[in-house]
Design a protein around this ligand. Structure first.
Ligand SMILES: NC(=O)c1ccc[n+]([C@@H]2O[C@H](COP(=O)([O-])OP(=O)(O)OC[C@H]3O[C@@H](n4cnc5c(N)ncnc54)[C@H](OP(=O)(O)O)[C@@H]3O)[C@@H](O)[C@H]2O)c1
Length: 268
């Protein structure tokens, strides 16, 4: 059933547009109940054709909806919060997707009793497969938190986390899309070297990754348990796997993740 809720997305760039596309595809929110803003609205013609309201006016966006999603770059966020503060009511929920912007700072700027959340989704919202980590301000009512979680469940899986883990979730979940895609590209390149066309190699790798995820999801096993099942003694799989480890496969991933995390902590 379509929800009568209205949602405004301030800053419909990569992540804001991915959210809107995913919401429309979910069929849970009518396009005309969504409003998106950015300064250059020509780039939103596709959303506009789908029936989404498009505006350059952030104050109008706040007056239009009960739920306000902030999806601008970190250096733009504080000025926009100051701009919309006069129109924020206690009944609003503000959900910030802005990396590094703390709930405490949003409260300081807006001096509001509205419900404030942080969300760290990834671009797979566009296909309904995001992993979104959510944190709620201490004074958010359980019903408001449940509603925000439900909305993000329309575009993928959700997890409630302590706000102190938001930067870690940015690396593991949001940057994680790039890490996973690089694995898929590298395996595809290997597949081309051993005989497949790029297109076929990518199809085989992508579906194999999907299959690996489904084994974890549906059987609830540890990854190493599933690996043991496919590594015959003296066999080809264990030979390749051990060579990858000799070359630092797991170590490279862990070091990459922790390097990204150090970088995000430096930026803070
Ligand atoms: N990309 C990801 O995978 C990802 C994942 C999770 C979270 N995030 C976070 O999401 C935020 C947005 O990232 P992004 O990659 O989507 O950036 P982006 O593509 O640059 O989107 C930001 C959008 O904000 C708009 N904007 C700038 N000033 C504005 C204003 N005064 N009023 C209304 N809109 C304005 C920009 O459009 P105009 O220039 O036309 O105004 C732009 O489309 C960042 O804080 C990022 O950390 C990103």
């Amino acid at each position: 059933m379509l929800k009568p809720l209205k949602i405004s997305i301030i800053g419909a760039g990569n992540i804001g547009s991915a959210f809107v596309s995913g919401l429309i595809q979910s069929g849970q929110i009518a396009p005309e109940h969504l409003l998106v803003t950015r300064r250059n609205t020509e780039k939103l013609s596709i959303l506009s054709e789908l029936g989404v309201r498009v505006s350059t006016n952030n104050a109008d966006a706040v007056r239009f909806a009960e739920i306000i999603i902030l999806a601008v770059k970190p250096f733009q966020a504080e000025d926009i919060l100051k701009e919309i503060t006069p129109d924020i009511l206690d009944t609003h929920s503000i959900v910030s997707m802005v990396t590094g912007l703390k709930i405490k700072r949003i409260k300081e700027i807006t001096s509001s009793n509205c419900s404030i959340f942080r969300a760290m989704p990834n671009t797979a919202m566009a296909t309904g497969e995001s992993m979104t980590c959510l944190s709620a301000a201490a004074d958010c009512l359980p019903a408001s938190t449940a509603l925000i979680r439900e909305i993000f469940s329309y575009v993928g899986e959700t997890e409630m986390i302590d706000e102190g883990l938001q930067e870690a979730s940015t690396i593991l979940g949001a940057s994680g899309i790039a890490f996973a895609l690089r694995y898929i590209r590298a395996a595809t390149q290997g597949g081309i070297e051993i005989g497949f066309s790029a297109k076929t190699a990518q199809r085989i790798v992508a579906q194999t990754v999907k299959g690996a995820v489904s084994l974890l999801d549906k059987r609830g096993e540890h990854p190493e348990g599933e690996i043991d099942l496919v590594t015959t003694p003296k066999g080809v799989t264990i030979t390749g796997l051990n060579e990858m480890e000799h070359q630092g496969f797991s170590s490279a991933l862990i070091r990459g993740l922790t390097a990204s995390y150090r970088k995000i902590e430096d930026i803070k």
